[in-house]
Write a protein that binds this ligand. Structure first.
Ligand code: M6R
Length: 369
């Protein structure tokens, strides 16, 4: 069943280019227009929506955090993202013009299900982003946008995460399309790059050997920190979650701009810090700021593991280890930047003698609140 791989997780990491491509299939036409016919929420409702609220848990929550950047930037509709387990207990403000998006690989996560039930009771429309046909969450939603990752067996989510991102990008672009948001050059470039992102993911997978070697060399460490900005921040959170659940190590993700507000005190000689660097093109201010952050932590002894676009030379002097990813539009970068973090966590866990498909204390789908 593992198709020659040592674990389901490795198999599922390798399946990501196909999962991403399958999720795009038939949803973008030759002219770069989106068609999501299966989403049965009428365009009129999508046009009227004045707020998007995303609810999810764990890795799916991280996909939601990234989706917020895309939705707000491409559609100008305000978007909130909340952990499903927190959502209904704070009496959220919802009405008929609220579009709630529930993201779940399994479609059975109880916290997410309870959040969507609460949202529907308040009159909100609920769209599920789900990987499991006919599961409870899509059945109880007004509409569903399926991810086509195929069955995900390993407890740690990998290919489902990438396809959740793709589905959220499609949703954001579609919302922009039905609402008549200006379709500028930027959007055209994004749609074009999205359509071929599977090849970029493939290229990342082909260059992972140094990441594996690095992971093995860190097997005796106690802590790894992850830093990112903008969409790189949720990627940092996801990298840290993978390491916690698989390697049982202390791992934390921070917004790089928060360093000086506290976390920089954690930096000491030899501490591995993974930094996800935004593209130097586009929002270059972010790039320059993170390069200063890398300098700051390195000056305090951190061992820097830098994930940066091909051609980004500014980071080279400050990177103890450099992991190259293909250039993509800023908002799509998580699709390529997350992959090395998955490989890193999987290899580190294996080097520590852990069972990667079935980490201790965890279940694949969490059907209790
Ligand atoms: O099935 P779901 O997407 O609703 O599951 C949500 C989380 O339980 C899940 O993503 C969990 O965090 C993963 N084990 C992370 O790798």
């Amino acid at each position: 069943e593992k198709g020659g791989y040592a674990s389901f997780m490795l198999k599922e990491i390798a399946e990501q280019p196909k999962a991403v491509t399958d999720t795009l299939l038939g949803r973008i036409d030759g002219a770069g227009r989106l068609s999501l016919d299966e989403v049965r929420i009428p365009d009129a409702v999508l046009r009227e929506a004045d707020k998007v609220v995303i609810v999810a848990c764990g890795t799916a929550f991280h996909a939601g955090l990234i989706a917020k950047y895309a939705i707000e930037h491409w559609t100008r509709i305000p978007c909130e993202v909340e952990l499903a387990s927190e959502f209904r207990y704070r009496d959220p403000i919802l009405n008929r013009r609220t579009l709630v998006v529930a993201i779940s690989q399994s479609g059975e996560t109880m916290d997410t299900l309870m959040a969507l039930r609460h949202a529907r009771e308040q009159g909100a429309k609920v769209l599920a982003v789900c990987n499991t046909n006919g599961s409870t969450i899509p059945r109880e939603s007004d509409a569903v946008l399926y991810t086509h990752a195929g069955p995900e067996v390993a407890v740690a989510s990998t290919k489902a995460f990438l396809t959740q991102l793709v589905a959220c990008y499609l949703l954001a672009l579609y919302l922009g399309q039905v609402r008549g948001t200006q379709w500028g050059d930027e959007i055209h470039a994004v749609v074009r790059d999205l359509a071929r992102i599977g090849d970029d993911v493939e290229r990342v997978l082909e260059t992972m050997e140094p990441v594996r070697a690095l992971a093995r060399s860190l097997a005796d460490k106690d802590t790894v920190l992850f830093l990112g900005r903008h969409v790189g921040y949720p990627v940092a959170l996801e990298g840290a979650l993978k390491l916690k659940e698989l390697a049982y190590m202390h791992a934390e993700g921070f917004a790089a701009g928060e360093l000086k507000h506290g976390p920089i005190a954690l930096i000491e000689e030899g501490l591995p810090v993974v930094v996800v660097v935004p593209s130097p093109r586009g929002r270059s201010v972010l790039h320059d700021k993170i390069v200063s952050n890398i300098q700051e932590i390195r000056a305090r002894g951190a061992r820097t593991i830098v994930i940066a676009e091909e051609g980004d030379e500014a980071v080279v002097p400050y990177a103890d280890h450099l992991v190259r990813i293909p250039a993509t539009p800023t908002l799509l970068q998580p699709l390529v930047a997350t992959v090395p973090l998955q490989v890193f966590a999987c290899e580190l866990a294996t080097a520590r003698g852990n069972e990667v498909d079935q980490p201790r204390n965890l279940a694949k789908s969490v059907t209790v609140e």
